[in-house]
Design a protein around this ligand. Structure first.
Ligand code: NAD
Ligand code: MLT
Length: 310
C-alpha cells in the first residue's frame, strides 16, 4: 500500500510507515493541481496544515482510505466530502499540547514586556530604555476562551505566575473548573474583567469572528489579545482598528485568516502586534510526538483496520 506524506513531518514518522512495509512518498509543497494529479495512486495521505484537502482532491482520491493529520486541527480537510467517500480522517490530539501552551505563554510574556520590539530596536543599534516600559502579569486577570487541552495547560502555568484565571468554555464542568482552581464564567464577564485574553477554541461557526468590534467594545481599555488557536476566530480588521484607537494595547498572533498573510499586511506592520508564522506546535518534541502518533495510527488502520482519533 502507498502513503503520500505531503507536508513535512519528523523522519521518525516516515520510518514507522516504512518499517510496516508501506511504500512512502514524501512530496511537500505540491500545488493543488499537482496533488490532484497524483492522489489517485495512494491509500493514505499524511498532512500538517499546509496541504488543503478540498472536495476536488477527495473526488480524485480513488484509492484513499485514510487522511492522517500530524497535529490537532483538521480544518484544512473537507470532512464532509471525505466521509461521503468513506475516507477516515484522523488527527493526533495531545501530541503538541504542551508545546502550544508554552508558545502561548512565551507570547504573553513577550507582549507584556515588548521583548520582540526591544530586540529589533537593539539590533538597529539603539538603546531605547524608556520606550519599552512593560506591564506585570502578576495579579492581572487572564481570560481563557476554550479550556480544552491547551487552554487548561495555559491556565495551570499562569496561575503559578500569580495571574487570576477566568475561563469560558460551554463544555467546562464545575468539577474541572474547581480542580483547576479557576473561575468559570460567561463570555461577557470574561470580556469585561480580563486584562489579557487568550483563545484556545477550534474555528467553528460559533467561534468565527468571536473577537470582533462588538465584543472588543465590551473589553477593558488597554486589553491585550493573544491568538495561538486558529485564524478567523479574531476579526483582523476589527482588531487592527481597535489597536489604532488604543482600545486594545497589543496583540500576539500565531495564526491568521490567510496564511501566509499578504506582504505589508497593516496588522503585522503595527508595532503593538507581535507575531509568529504558525509556530505554536513547532518544537522538536511536539513534531516527533505527532509524526510518530499519526504514523502508528495510519499503520494500525491500513493493516489492522483499527481506528483511533477519527
Ligand atoms: P481541545 O479540543 O482540547 O480544546 C478546545 C476547547 O474549546 C474545548 O474544551 C471546547 O469545549 C472549547 N470550545 C468549543 N467551542 C467553544 C466556544 N464556542 N467557546 C468557547 N470554548 C469552546 O483543543 P486543543 O488541542 O486545546 O486546541 C485548541 C486550538 O488550538 C484548536 O483550534 C487547535 O487547532 C489549535 N492549535 C493551534 C496550534 C498552533 O500551532 N498554533 C497547535 C495546536 C493546536
Ligand atoms: C495543529 O492544529 O496541530 C496546529 O495547527 C499545528 C501545526 O500542525 O502546525
Amino acid at each position: 500500500m502507498k502513503v503520500l506524506v505531503s507536508d513535512s513531518i519528523s523522519p521518525k514518522g516516515v520510518e514507522i510507515l516504512k518499517k510496516a512495509g508501506l511504500q512512502v512518498d514524501v512530496k511537500t509543497g505540491l500545488k493543488s493541481e499537482e496533488l490532484k494529479a497524483i492522489i489517485g495512486e495512494y491509500d493514505a495521505l499524511i498532512i500538517r496544515s499546509a496541504t488543503k484537502v478540498t472536495a476536488e482532491i477527495i473526488e480524485a482520491a480513488d484509492k484513499l482510505k485514510v487522511i492522517g493529520r500530524a497535529g490537532t486541527g483538521v480544518d484544512n480537510v473537507d470532512k464532509v466530502a471525505a466521509t461521503k467517500k468513506g475516507i477516515v480522517v484522523m488527527n493526533t490530539p495531545g501530541g503538541n499540547t504542551i508545546t502550544t501552551a508554552e508558545h502561548t505563554i512565551a507570547m504573553l510574556f513577550s507582549l507584556a514586556r515588548r521583548i520582540p520590539q526591544a530586540t529589533a530596536s537593539m539590533k538597529e543599534g539603539k538603546w531605547e530604555k524608556k520606550k519599552f516600559m512593560g506591564v506585570e502579569l502578576y495579579n492581572k486577570t487572564l481570560g481563557i476562551i476554550g479550556l480544552g487541552r491547551i487552554g487548561s495547560e495555559v491556565a495551570k502555568r499562569m496561575q503559578c505566575m500569580g495571574m487570576n484565571v477566568l475561563a469560558y468554555d460551554p463544555f467546562l464542568s464545575d468539577e474541572k473548573a474547581e480542580e483547576l482552581g479557576i473561575i468559570k464564567t460567561d463570555l461577557d464577564r470574561l470580556f469585561t474583567e480580563s486584562d489579557f485574553i487568550t483563545i484556545h477554541t477550534p474555528l467553528t461557526a460559533e467561534t468565527k469572528y468571536l473577537i470582533n468590534k462588538d465584543t472588543i467594545a465590551k473589553m477593558k481599555n488597554g486589553v491585550y489579545i493573544i491568538n495561538c488557536a486558529r485564524g478567523g476566530i479574531v476579526n483582523e480588521k476589527d482588531l487592527y482598528e481597535a489597536i489604532q484607537s488604543g482600545k486594545v494595547a497589543g496583540a500576539a498572533l500565531d495564526v491568521f485568516e490567510k496564511e501566509p498573510p499578504e506582504e505589508g499586511y497593516p496588522l503585522i506592520a503595527d508595532d503593538r502586534v507581535i507575531c509568529t508564522p504558525h509556530l505554536g506546535a513547532s518544537t522538536v518534541e511536539a513534531q516527533e510526538n505527532v509524526a510518530v502518533a499519526i504514523a502508528e495510527q495510519v499503520v494500525d488502520y491500513l493493516i489492522n483496520g483499527t481506528i483511533r482519533n477519527a
